[in-house]
Design a binder for this molecule. Structure first.
Ligand SMILES: Cc1cc2nc3c(=O)[nH]c(=O)nc-3n(C[C@H](O)[C@H](O)[C@H](O)COP(=O)(O)OP(=O)(O)OC[C@H]3O[C@@H](n4cnc5c(N)ncnc54)[C@H](O)[C@@H]3O)c2cc1C
Length: 277
């Protein structure tokens, strides 16, 4: 199929893009890597009147590490994040997870901002930024606002983004001494979206897990911190944390049941914690 008719703009400045987004409101869509938007246009699942291409705006793909904060521009391509020494140093979880995101051709175009804005519940990046306590910096014609990743993802393809807003950058606290990151997932074929995925950051005190942060993908419809499982892991260990997954509001479906997703989440948590023993 071909997309419905749309106008196209490719502003060379952030101000120009934000002005167009403000003018057009819900009629405008941002075009980043196009890896999800173009199929959605072709299938006529999206019918924007205007595409605002952000690929010519300078600086939107910058990756920096300053004062313990890793900042990744919204238009940073998955392939560039995957090979960045700064990301490897400050947020190894992202590197581990990006190996599971699609295939090289898609990673060459797909962007971090596009992945977060899309909010596919099976996507890896929303779980990672949530687990790492990141902050999303959003911009509109009326200024910037900061939204913690933990309250950005509202459901399937639903986020806290308002009309006229775009993701500008993501700020991630750099990994601290003593912390370990692990990302594991199960999918039908390598590169497919996750049937269940687990992002984990833990700090051990001897054999005991002293602090933990957990987020899942492919299990619940909205990515969130698994605070109950985190508390159980610290207080009573991995069996207790797995028990807390019984309360997950897991997605069902023709191909995989909610109970099976919960089973996979438990397997992944045991493997991830066990691998750090
Ligand atoms: C075959 C295939 C397999 C894939 N497998 C996976 C996978 O296993 N895991 C995974 O996580 N992803 C997967 N993807 C998705 C891919 O990783 C991209 O990250 C994703 O398509 C979105 O990034 P994009 O830059 O292409 O965004 P686009 O397609 O350009 O945009 C996606 C949406 O985000 C909006 N948007 C884009 N940038 C911004 C911004 N800065 N601010 C606000 N809104 C914005 C757009 O308006 C649009 O609604 C797959 C894609 C394909 C085609």
């Amino acid at each position: 199929m071909k997309p419905a008719r749309f106008d196209y703009a490719c502003p060379g400045t952030l101000g120009g893009a934000l002005a167009l987004l403000a003018e057009q409101g819900p009629e405008a869509s941002i075009l980043a890597g196009g890896q999800s938007l173009m199929p959605m246009l072709n299938l006529r699942m999206a019918r924007p009147a205007l595409l605002v291409d952000i690929n010519r705006i300078p600086g939107l793909d910058a990756i920096t590490l300053l004062d313990g904060v890793l900042t990744i521009g919204a238009r940073a391509r998955h392939a560039d994040v995957l090979t960045s020494p700064l990301v490897q140093q400050a947020a190894p979880l992202l590197i581990q997870a990006l190996h599971h995101v699609a295939h090289p051709a898609i990673r060459n175009r797909g962007t971090l901002g596009g992945s977060l804005a899309l909010a596919d519940p099976a996507a890896e990046m929303p779980a990672c930024v949530t687990c790492l306590g990141a902050t999303l910096v959003l911009a509109s014609a009326s200024g910037e606002r900061r939204v913690p990743a933990a309250s950005f993802f509202l459901g399937v393809y639903a986020t806290a983004l308002e009309h006229g807003e775009m993701i500008l950058r993501v700020e991630i606290p750099a990994i601290r001494p003593g912390w370990i990151h692990a990302f594991l997932e199960v999918s039908r074929r390598h590169g497919d979206y996750a049937m269940a995925g687990l992002a984990l950051a833990i700090r051990r005190d001897g054999a005991h897990v002293a602090e933990a942060s957990i987020a899942l993908c492919g299990v619940e419809s909205a990515t969130r911190r698994q605070t109950e499982a985190e508390a159980a892991l610290v207080a009573r260990g991995v069996d207790a944390a797995c028990d807390r997954f019984a309360h997950l509001d897991a997605m069902g479906g023709a191909e995989i049941t909610a109970a099976h997703r919960i089973h996979l989440a438990r397997v992944l948590l045991r493997r991830a914690v066990g691998a750090q023993d």
